[in-house]
Each structure stands twice: as C-alpha cells, then as structure tokens.
Design a protein around this ligand. Structure first.
Ligand SMILES: Nc1nc2c(c(=O)[nH]1)N[C@H]1C(S)=C(S)[C@@H](COP(=O)(O)OP(=O)(O)OC[C@H]3O[C@@H](n4cnc5c(=O)[nH]c(N)nc54)[C@H](O)[C@@H]3O)O[C@H]1N2
Ligand SMILES: Nc1nc2c(c(=O)[nH]1)N[C@H]1C(S)=C(S)[C@@H](COP(=O)(O)OP(=O)(O)OC[C@H]3O[C@@H](n4cnc5c(=O)[nH]c(N)nc54)[C@H](O)[C@@H]3O)O[C@H]1N2
Ligand code: SF4
Ligand SMILES: [Mo]
Length: 875
C-alpha cells in the first residue's frame, strides 16, 4: 500500500477548505503534479480557487519531516513509538486519565480521526481529546444540538443555487469558500432577482457580489436576528402549523427577542431604515438561506448567535426545503469528519451520546475497551491552560499548529515549552509547534495519504494517494494504532488499511439503535476494500435500511423530537474597548493563504497577493499613523507588529489582521500573541475576533530589506518578514533598533559577491548594496529610514533573470528603471496581473479586463477585487 505512481489522473479532494472540491491530480514525474478541478464532483463541478489550483506547487519535499525524531535526534519508528507509549504510560501512572491528552485537527482524514478518538477515549480512558474544530465549528455544533438535538447541517449546496435570498453572516465567502461564492455568483447571474446580503463589520471582497452590506458592530449579531424574529412575528410570517407541530420554546424565545429588538439599531450600529430593509427582504422571501461562518462562531456569544439565526428559520418553517435553511459552512476539509467520529472532548463517537442510556455501554462493548472514558474532557483553550498549569503529563498534537492558532499565543508557547512530554505528528518542520516536541512523528501529506473527508454539505469524498510515501513518513492512523498496540490493545487496532477503519466507523453509527440518529452511515459498513477504493462522493445519511434523506428536517422531524427555538439574550463581547484600548481587533483570513502557512507560504504566487502581515484601519482612525509604516498592535493580552494599511471598507473603530503569520515567516507579527482567550460559555469556542486594541507607531532606528537566493530565516532583525519569490529567491523585510550602519554591515556580510555596487550615505542613514556574481544579481540589501527604501518588485524579478543588461545595472541602486513600469501590487495570482495593468487596460468591466489582460480568467478568486478596482477607477 505504499503506492507506486499512477500514470493517469487520480480523483481526490482538495485538502483546504470545507467546500470539499473534487480534484484530478496527475503526477508530473518530477515530484509535482498537474491539478485540475473534477468536473464530475458535485461540490465544484470542475472549478477550483487559487489555493486549490496551486496545489501542485505544494508537493515538494523541502522542509518535510521524513523520519521520526526522539529529543531532536533521528530515531527508528520502533524507538519513537516505544517512547510515545512509555511517555503516556508514565503520565497515566502519575496523573491518571485526566493527565493525558490528544489535540487533533479537521485536517485529519476521518480514518485518522476515528483512530485517535478510539485511542484517547477507549485506551487511555480520557475525554481529553479535542480538535482545532473547537476554534472553528464548536459554536455551530452546540447550536445545532440545542435546536435539533443533534449536530446536523440540514441543507446542501444546491440550496445556495436555488435561494432567492442568500444572507452571509460573518462569512468572507469570496476568499474563504471561493468555489461556493462562485456558485452563488453564477446563480445570481442566471436569476438576477436573487438577492445577496452580507453581514460583516468590514466591507470584504464578498460584498462586491452583494446587493446589501450591513456593517454590523462586532459581536452584535444576536440583536440583529432578534429584531428579525420580532419583525417576522409582527408581520404574520410565522408558519403556525410548523411551529405548533414541530417546535417548542416559542413564547420564551419571542419574549427574549422583544427585550432587545428595540435596542437593535443602537446595539448593531445599523441605521433603523437599513435594519428594516433587511427584515422586510427576509420576511418576503420564502426561499432564504442564512449561511454563517467565523464572524458568528468565534465569539463569546457564538452559540447564541447561531441559534438566533436558526430561530428565524424554524419560526418560518424555512428549513430543509429547496433553497431554504440555516447553513453553517465548515472551514477545514474534514471539520465535519471530526464531528462524525466524535473526536472532540464533548462527544463520544459516531454521534453517540454519553448521557443517552445504553450508548456508552454499546460503544465500550463494540470496541471491546471497557475503560472507555465516562465523560467529557477538556476543551482546547482549557486543555492548554491545564498544560501550562502542569496538570497534563503527556500531550500528542496531530495536524494542527496550536503555537500559532490558539489565542493567548505566548502563554500557549510557554505551556508547550514546559510540557513534560509532547508528541507532534507533522508533515513539515516549518510548523512552530514542532519545535517544542520531544517526539516528532513524520506524517503523510495530501497526495500521499488515503482516506475520506466530509464537506459542509455532508458529502463524504475520498482523498486518494497519487504520490509515493516519502522517507519514512506514515499515515497518522498507523502511528496511533502502533501506540495502541504498545499499550496492550493490538487487537482493537489491527486494521489492514483505511477501508477497514472506515467500515468500523460506519458500523459505530448504527449502534444508536433503536434511538434515532440523523447521522447514520451504517449502510456503508460492509463496503469491500474495492468499493471503498472506488467510492464516489456520497452524502450522508446512508442507513443500513430505509430511505436516505437529501435534506433534513423539512417534515419537522428532528432527533430531539421537537426542534427548539432558543431564547437568546444580548451579550457584548467579553472585553470592551476603553481609553487604553479604544479599538477592536478583528482577525481572519486572506485569499491566498491557508492558516499557519505551512503549505501556502512556500508558494511564491500565493505569497504575491499579500507578501507582508498587514493591519488594516479605517482612514479616520489613528490618522497620524502613516500608511505603510510599521505599527504596534497592543491589547490587554500581548502585542504584535504589522505593516499599516488603510481601507475605507474597514468599520470605524475596528482593525483587521490576518491570522496567518508565524515564527517561520514573521515572528513579531503573530497576531494571536495579542488575543485574549475568552470563550463562549456553551461551546468553549474562543472569541478570536473581538479583542480590544491600541495601535501606535513602532519605533525602529532602521528599516530595510534583503534579497537573497535562499532564506536567511526570520530572525535577522527585531522585526522581520520573509517571503519566497517567483524563481526561487527570497525577500526579507526588516526593522530594528541598532544603527543603520551596523545593520547594513551585518546584512551585507550575508551576501555572496564577486562585485559590489554600493551606496553609503551615513548622514542620511541610507545604505544600498547590490551583490553581483557572473554578471547577474546575486543579492541586494537596503537600509534606510522607511520612506527612503527603493521599491522591491523590479529588483526581485532581476534576482532570477540572469546576466544584467547595462541599463539594468545602472538602475540597480534606484530599484527601478526610469523607462520601466511603476511598481504595482499583484491581484491575479494565476496569471500574475498587477493593479497597474488592470486599471491601465482600458476595460470597464471584469469580463473586459479578463479579455484584455487574462486577470480573473484562471481560478476567478480575484474577480471581486478587480470589480472593486474598476469601481474605484470609474467612480
Ligand atoms: N483563503 C482561505 N480560506 C479558508 C481558510 C484559510 O485559512 N484561508 N480557512 C478555512 C477555515 S478553517 C475556516 S473556519 C473558514 C473561515 O471562513 P470565514 O469565517 O469566512 O473567514 P474569517 O476571515 O475568519 O471571518 C469571516 C468574517 O467575519 C467577520 N466578523 C468578525 N466579527 C464579526 C461579527 O461580530 N459579526 C459578523 N457578522 N461578522 C464578523 C470578519 O470581518 C470576517 O470578514 O475559511 C476556510 N477557508
Ligand atoms: N486569530 C485567529 N486565530 C484563528 C482563527 C481566526 O480566525 N483568527 N481561526 C481558527 C480556526 S477556524 C482554525 S480551523 C485554526 C487553524 O489552525 P491550525 O490547525 O493550527 O492551522 P494549520 O496551519 O492548518 O495547521 C495544520 C498543521 O498540520 C500539518 N498537517 C497537514 N496535513 C497533515 C497530516 O495529514 N497529518 C499531520 N500529522 N499533519 C498535517 C500542517 O503542516 C500544519 O502544521 O485556526 C484558528 N485560529
Ligand atoms: S474552494 Fe478552493 S480551497 Fe476550498 S476546496 Fe475548493 S479549491 Fe480547495
Ligand atoms: Mo476553521
């Protein structure tokens, strides 16, 4: 099973977002692969976004973890696995099951997830297995369970195509679920009466395709949806029959909504007329999908926000029918799989419940593991606090990078550094968390691993291998099974491969009989290895007998018997801005980066869109701070330093910073170091979006940059951001406290040169040096006050363009040829088209720009930005 290379295209699934696009991958024989969208996959019908389209460029083995390591030294798998088993045994002896833990990820395959959960709950006997889904989907899960009695997404992507009104709440769909966004745009183009509303404090790229943008005050969504419920009630929009036959809790829910509805304009900061317009649109459009994401979930009121949305759908009976329903989109490729396998501290397995009579015993019997954990364990934020407090003796982290992605990042790093025993399963050395590990286990990556993932619309798709296993990397489930065997449970983990695990997982979902569960794939429990290998995308449920449902809850039947309308009261975010921290920090994602950049950060064309970590403010906030300068972002929890950008689409009083930069790329710009670790009381999901903030100038004696053939690392200056460039060179941006002359000498010494072209002006503090080797540019360093640095783009291009023309040589120290184009930021990652080319091409619409420059004609992810540029240009 350590796969030889297939000659033809392999059908697999994109490993990034929860849209779950089908991909056809054909290895190119040089360590990469050609990637195309799978026209037959129901999620994307052939489309891919910029990240999916660039997957072939992420397959290289640079920085891959290829061998197990014990305390920093290469070790055999046997030695490493023995050490893991010993470490956990020691911790169990000392602290009991509460003192051991696993922290896993929505980027594991379902089979890995299932194995990890069985090890934690079944063998170690602990509830302490949580997933990074706690940072992502926990509030949606808790809301589904409150409303329906089970964690079920009622709708499908077809509902987006069929809706007459699509409401996007706290979702930057254009950047984060680009292929779904393109589906929505296509639906709107086909049916121009379709309306799209975006509810987001920021005017995002998603707003480009919307009819209405409600720039809501951060954290206030409950008030908006309470106002909607009261409006629906006042205008007779309730579905009396559905309410009477299928729901409970209406009176309390309406009473709670009425208590805040009148305050909605003040709480949401939205003009009453705009609120009214939104409510009317929603009220008069039966086919409405309300789709939400992290602007809802990542909040100390996340569960209430989600229930406030679901309430409006239950009240109107607009659920489970074509084109209508509440829709929580998942972030990670297998966020849903983790919920299905129960690999969260608050779940058992296969949607079985601890407190449902007989289910704990049924699972313990089925597994043959009588030590099965008897109750929930620690949720992610609490788990890392416990680690910091010394009450976790052994922790195994798998496929997630908590040193970067958890809030209170410096405390998390402290806890990781102090962990008595830390195992990290990783694909790459580039993950900050791996640096703290006592044991590093090399995992198979996308293209090598084999199993299943479930997307946002409950479709189970295969991820198939099309590359050979590199070095000694192995599947995560295999490492788990090996450790279980060493702990005395070889039989319960004696799987021949992922198909066997999948069958067992499917069988677990049938154990809830006779209690009904919506999640039932027991009909897949007898799949042969060959059937599993060939499994087409399959939507759950797949019960062993009886009909499978396409959409849930249209008939009102929910697992809880009656659906619950949940009273939701307004709660402001955990911490309020004050004189010391007057702004609010929103965080989130950029179009072309994936999370902690361990994959997308090494792809130059994905880096080109946003090469540096940037903090965005409204032009009227902190107006004295110059655009493009480095600024300190201070919060009650910590600080980070980022480049300042201005955007009139940013809500006044808020700032936005991307979550992506790490110690590998920009150590001082890790924004999570500045986030407070407040959580939603029901879901335990951290409030990653609303920390109070102060922004001030970052005092540096010098600024500079360095271009080199290789990366010099991210610790060359107090502030440093590293970016790979097209063609193989690297760019480093710097600022620091020493004198410019000292910095220049230190950095210049890093460059190889046969000849130098140098400018030194100690009085102005301006220093530039171009290093030449065999007539080509081999490196460039510039140090100066920020405003006096030359532009980078042209020099960066010269780094890989060979022997320099005399006119290029003459212009080196200026950083730009007088007859060349002015520097301009990249917009289209597929075809390398810049802002200047787009606004200069003469076309007035997105299609015209595409015809003239090819921008927007690849994956299409940049089309909203092209529209924004044109709107600005022709305003
Ligand atoms: N390019 C890219 N795509 C991704 C990912 C990635 O890393 N990169 N990650 C994937 C994952 S795991 C996830 S979870 C999804 C996340 O997908 P999204 O949730 O769409 O992305 P975010 O940027 O985290 O946040 C969405 C928006 O919430 C807004 N917001 C903040 N506070 C509030 C509020 O109080 N109310 C409202 N209504 N809105 C608010 C923010 O301004 C932001 O624009 O993306 C997935 N897709
Ligand atoms: N400020 C802020 N913080 C956030 C968020 C936010 O919006 N704002 N969003 C949160 C959300 S929604 C999420 S989902 C998290 C994501 O945060 P993380 O999960 O920490 O981010 P990733 O970079 O996806 O980490 C996945 C790691 O697994 C490795 N990996 C990939 N494939 C495999 C595999 O098959 N096996 C193994 N063993 N390893 C593998 C990768 O190299 C990478 O290091 O971040 C959260 N943090
Ligand atoms: S939308 Fe993009 S990132 Fe998400 S699954 Fe599809 S191709 Fe992958
Ligand atoms: Mo996520």
């Amino acid at each position: 099973m350590d796969g030889s290379l297939p000659a033809r295209a392999t059908r697999t699934t994109c490993p990034y977002c929860g849209v779950g696009c089908g991909v056809r991958a054909t290895p190119d024989g040089r360590g990469g692969a050609t990637i195309e969208g799978d026209a037959d996959h129901p999620a994307n019908r052939g489309r891919l976004c910029s990240k999916g389209a660039a997957l072939g460029e992420t397959l290289g083995l640079a920085d891959r973890l290829l061998h197990p390591e014990v305390r920093g030294k290469r070790a055999s798998w046997d030695a490493a696995l023995d050490a893991v088993a010993e470490g956990f045994t020691r911790a169990l002896d000392r602290l009991g099951p509460e003192g051991v833990a696993l922290y896993v990820s929505g980027q594991l395959l379902t089979e890995d997830y299932y194995a990890a959960n069985k090890l934690a709950k079944g063998v170690l006997g602990t509830g302490n297995i949580d997933s990074n889904s706690r940072l992502c989907m926990a509030s949606a899960v808790a809301a589904h369970r409150r409303a329906f009695g089970e964690d079920v997404v009622p709708g499908t992507y077809d509902d987006l195509d069929q809706a007459d009104l699509l409401v996007l709440v706290g979702s930057n769909l254009a950047w984060c679920h680009p292929v779904l966004f393109q589906r929505a745009m296509a639906a709107k183009a086909a049916r121009p009466d379709m309306r799209i509303v975006v509810i987001d404090p920021r005017r995002t790229a998603t707003c480009e395709g919307a009819d209405l943008h409600l720039p809501i005050a951060p954290g206030s969504d409950v008030a908006l949806f309470a106002a909607l419920l009261v409006h629906l009630d006042a205008h007779g929009c309730g579905d009396a029959r559905y309410i009477a036959d299928h729901t409970q809790g209406l009176a309390e829910t309406l009473a709670a909504a009425r208590m805040i509805a009148a305050e909605a304009p003040a709480l949401t900061g939205l003009p009453a007329t705009q609120l009214e317009h939104f409510c009317e649109l929603w009220a008069m459009t039966p086919r409405v999908v309300t789709l939400w994401s992290q602007g809802v979930n990542q909040s100390s009121a996340g569960t209430d926000k989600a229930n406030a949305i679901i309430n409006a759908h239950l009240f109107t009976g607009r659920i489970g029918r074509p084109g209508m329903g509440p829709f929580s989109v998942t972030g990670q490729p297998n966020a849903m799989g983790g919920r299905e396998t129960g690999a969260l501290a608050t779940m058992l397995a296969g949607h079985l419940e601890w407190d449902a009579p007989g289910e704990h015993a049924a699972l313990a019997d089925f597994w043959g593991l009588p030590r099965l954990a008897t109750g929930p364990g620690l949720k992610a934020v609490d788990l890392f606090e416990a680690l910091g407090a010394g009450s976790i003796g052994a922790l195994w982290v798998m496929a997630t990078n908590p040193a970067v992605s958890l809030p209170a990042g410096d405390a998390v790093r402290g806890a990781l550094a102090a962990a008595p025993f830390l195992v990290v399963s990783e694909t790459t050395r580039r993950a900050d968390t791996a640096a703290y590990a006592h044991i590093r286990l090399p995992a198979l990556a996308w293209g090598e691993k084999d199993g299943t993932v479930t997307n946002s619309e409950r479709v189970i798709s295969r991820q198939r291998a099309f590359m050979p296993w590199p070095g000694e990397a192995r599947p995560d489930w295999w490492a788990v099974a090996q450790v279980a065997a060493r702990l005395g449970h070889a039989d319960a983990f004696a799987w021949s491969g992922p198909a066997a695990i999948f069958r067992e997982h499917a069988a677990v979902t049938g154990l809830a009989r006779p209690a009904s569960r919506a999640f039932d794939i027991s009909g897949l429990a007898a799949r042969s290895d060959a059937d599993y290998a060939a499994m087409p995308p399959t939507r759950w449920p797949v019960p062993a007998s009886g009909p499978a449902t396409e959409r849930f809850f249209a008939d009102g039947n929910v697992p809880a018997g009656r659906a619950r309308l949940v009273p939701t009261l307004f709660r402001a975010p955990h911490a309020q801005p004050d004189a010391a921290f007057p702004l609010r920090l929103l965080t989130g994602r950029l179009r072309d980066q994936w999370h902690t950049m361990t994959r997308t950060g090494s792809v130059p064309r994905l880096m080109a869109h946003a090469p540096e970590p940037v903090l965005t403010l409204h032009p009227d906030d902190e107006p004295a701070l110059p655009d493009g300068s480095l600024v300190r972002a201070d919060t009650p929890a910590g600080s980070a330093v980022l480049r300042l950008a201005r955007d009139a689409g940013q809500r006044r009083g808020t700032a936005f910073a991307p979550m992506h930069w790490t110690a590998q790329f920009a150590p001082a710009a890790r924004i999570n170091a500045a986030l407070i670790a407040a959580t939603d009381p029901l879901s335990g999901q951290p409030e990653l979006k609303h920390t109070p903030l102060r922004v001030s100038p970052y005092a540096a004696a010098w600024h500079g940059f360095l271009l080199m053939p290789q990366s010099g690392g991210a610790d060359l200056a107090a502030w440093c951001a590293v970016t790979p460039l097209e063609g193989g060179a690297w760019r480093h941006e710097f600022a620091g406290p020493e004198s410019p002359a000292e910095a220049f000498a230190r950095l210049r010494a890093l460059l190889p040169a046969e000849e130098w072209v140098v400018l030194e002006d100690p009085v102005a503090g301006v220093f530039r040096a171009a290093a030449l080797a065999r007539g080509a540019l081999a490196g460039f360093v510039a140090v100066a006050p920020a405003a006096l640095l030359p532009p980078r783009d042209w020099l960066a291009a010269l780094m890989t363009s060979g022997v320099l023309a005399p006119a290029d040589r003459a212009a080196l120290l200026v950083g730009r040829r007088a007859d060349g184009p002015p520097p301009s930021p990249m917009v289209c990652a597929c075809h390398g088209v810049t802002v200047a080319t787009i606004v200069g091409c003469g076309a007035a619409d997105v299609a015209g720009v595409g015809a003239a420059t090819r921008a927007g004609t690849g994956c299409g992810s940049c089309r909203p930005e092209i529209a924004t540029l044109l709107a600005r240009e022709f305003a």
